[in-house]
Design a protein around this ligand. Structure first.
Ligand code: PLP
Length: 433
């Protein structure tokens, strides 16, 4: 009998988490140390030359963080990961090996609001340019690609709009131009969608959300499929040409399929310094152990809430791809067969003012800027997370003035719906007063 590949639930508990070699500790220890002692001078030199794997300094690598990287890579069916201080740091780290000043990315315009800010404004300071296109028509990506485009960036399930993206079609367009597709898989998590199975090349996560799962730790991770051929053209000199600081080593030749991940540590984390703290990696590892169980409950609760809201008289629209009537339902069945996630948006007939009142009337829901907590969360994006966006960007990103975003937790369903019900009644009573 051939050995069976471990299932997703097994990997969530065990991948990267072998007993500690020094002590036998069953749970992954928090290696709360800045540096690691070298065996001797030769060992030190080999580590610095990237000739031997091992630990030097926790800005580059750390055993607790490495366990998280291995677990995330296993869950995404990738070959390596680079954990970062936050999801936003992961996005910069993911692009760092690919981009030079003057290079471009083409990104979906339906993205987390913070990502639109980061890409649209701060990237310019590196000389990187981002153009944004409507992902609903994937040919928009093809039209926006130029000779300087180095990647396409999308979210599998976009925050906040409940938009599902056609990963396969967009991956094909990227590959036609010899560039990789990067997918932010934060909202779906690998439990609901594995972008590598649909042709994506690189996945990024804000592990702050569902992977950590308790709202305890900020973090991010970049995961490589190992499938993109960085030597197929001249677009990626950081990987395909000699690196002067490593004595002319060519990452793609020396490290093969691991080159992108090794570059992420040896150059990305070394120079940008956006490393994840061991304590955060530990908390995230704990969270991931229960990811499959939580996602099942998140999805079941969210679908029931979406159904409740679609029948409520004060609600004008609901955007949740799990609803059979939703415009993204067919894509969700293809890419998210186990459920459409925990995050949804809906519109209130009373507009901006009613939305502001609703977030003040909820009691079980927490009014805050986060998603993916075990607790149910609520926010009015137009007056908070998406404040910096223009009206056109607000509309495109699904955060119009009348939109409320919910991240449904794993509490008792009746309590979640009961809380929304009382808050909506109080908004209606105030509106008619
Ligand atoms: C939260 C989030 C980010 C940013 O992650 P941080 O951990 O807050 O830096 C990026 N993408 C998506 C989809 C997010 O929800």
């Amino acid at each position: 009998m051939t050995k069976q590949q471990p299932g997703f639930e097994t990997l969530a508990v065990h991948a990267g988490g072998t007993p500690d070699q020094a002590t036998g500790a069953r749970q992954t220890p928090i290696y709360q140390t800045a540096s690691f002692v070298f065996d001797d001078a030769e060992h030190a030199a080999a580590l610095f030359n990237l000739q031997a794997p091992g630990f030097i300094y926790s800005r580059l690598t750390n055993p607790t963080v490495a366990a998280l990287e291995e677990r995330c890579a296993a869950l995404e069916n990738g070959i390596g990961g680079t954990a970062t201080a936050s999801g936003h740091a992961a996005q910069i780290l993911a692009l760092f090996p690919l981009m030079s000043p003057g290079d471009e990315i083409v990104a979906a315009n339906k993205l987390y609001g913070g990502s639109i800010n980061q890409m649209g404004h701060s990237y310019k300071k590196f000389g990187w340019n981002a153009s944004f296109v409507d992902p609903d028509d994937h040919e928009n990506f093809r039209s926006a690609i130029t000779a300087r485009t180095r990647a396409i960036f999308i979210e599998s399930l976009a925050n906040p709009g409940g938009v599902v993206t056609d990963i396969r079609a967009i991956a094909d367009i990227a590959h036609d131009s010899g560039i990789p597709l990067i997918v932010d898989n934060t909202l779906a998590t690998p439990y609901l969608c594995r972008p590598f199975d649909h042709g994506a090349d690189i996945v990024v996560h804000s592990t702050t959300k569902f992977l950590a799962g308790n709202g305890t730790a900020i973090g991010g991770v970049v995961i490589d499929s190992g499938r993109f051929d960085w030597l197929q053209n001249d677009k990626f000199p950081s990987l395909s040409r000699p690196a002067p600081e490593y004595h002319g080593l060519v990452f793609a030749e020396t490290f093969g399929e691991l080159c992108y991940t090794i570059y992420g540590h040896a150059v990305g984390l070394r120079d940008l310094g956006a490393s994840q703290a061991p304590m955060n990696a530990f908390l995230t590892l704990l969270g991931i152990e229960t990811l499959p169980l939580r996602m099942e409950r998140h999805c079941a609760n969210a679908l029931a809430v979406a159904q409740y809201l679609s029948n409520h008289p004060a609600v004008t629209w609901v955007s949740y791809a799990g609803l059979a009537t939703d415009r993204y339902h067919a894509l969700a069945q293809r890419y998210l067969p186990k459920g459409a996630g925990a995050v949804m948006t809906f519109g209130l007939a009373g507009g901006y003012d009613a939305c502001v009142r609703l977030v003040e009337h909820v009691e079980l829901f927490s009014h805050l800027a986060n998603i993916g907590d075990a607790r149910s969360l609520i926010i009015h994006p137009a007056s908070t997370t998406h404040r910096q966006l223009t009206d056109a960007q607000l509309k495109a990103s699904g955060a119009s003035a009348d939109a409320i975003r919910l991240s449904i937790g794993i509490e008792t369903l009746d309590d979640i719906i009961g809380d929304l019900d009382q808050a909506l009644s109080r908004v209606a009573a105030a509106g008619s007063a």
